[in-house]
Ligand binder design. Sequence first.
Ligand code: AMP
Length: 219
Amino acid sequence: MNSTEVYVLFGPPGVGKGTQGELIEKKFNCSRISTGDIFRENIRNQTELGIEAKSYIDKGELVPDSVTLGMVENAIVEVAKNNSIIILDGFPRNVNQAEVLDDICEKYHYVLKCVIALNADDNVIIQRLSDRLTCKKCGTTFHKIYNKPSKEGVCDKCGGELYQRSDDTPHAIANRLDTYRSTTEPVLNYYQHSGKLAEIDASASPEDISKTVFKLFSS
Ligand code: AMP
């Protein structure tokens, strides 16, 4: 059997990692692990992990590695049982997490194929996040102006209720961007000489971005 291949979707909050991840999942029949989604599910179910993570997420800070790393390793191992391609959305988010991802790949004989780094200016990101609506049930995102749901407040995909995430508020958005620039962006240096880094301008429309992203998967 071939080794499981791991792709990383990297970039600031609101740059479109989730949207691109969903499009890739559909087109290439692979499985996406979103650390943000796992945390939100734990918060909904009021698990111990969810309660601990919530205080950090609401402030726009990263959840500590002591909570995140074990959770991610378990999720990757579980998904790898039935999938030969895994997309990581939102992990790694600091250099230590990038190192641990290398360790996980070595330990389980997975291959880190590509780090797809999306980027856009802060003003584009702030606009996308401030008017973003998220489905409570399936996590699909909409935008109040550019990607309205057919029926106000209702998810087109599953009929779930749309809400504004507690970390999509101006104060939390500012913190998330600060955290990204100070702690997450340096991960790009970590991959700079690996030959695995593909940097993509993500200020275009999701459809245009996906054309470039899909090429990376097809090649
Ligand atoms: P996201 O849905 O990817 O925007 O993530 C929402 C929030 O979950 C982030 O702002 C962090 O507080 C937390 N989070 C997600 N992924 C990680 C990670 N890899 N490490 C630490 N915190 C994370």
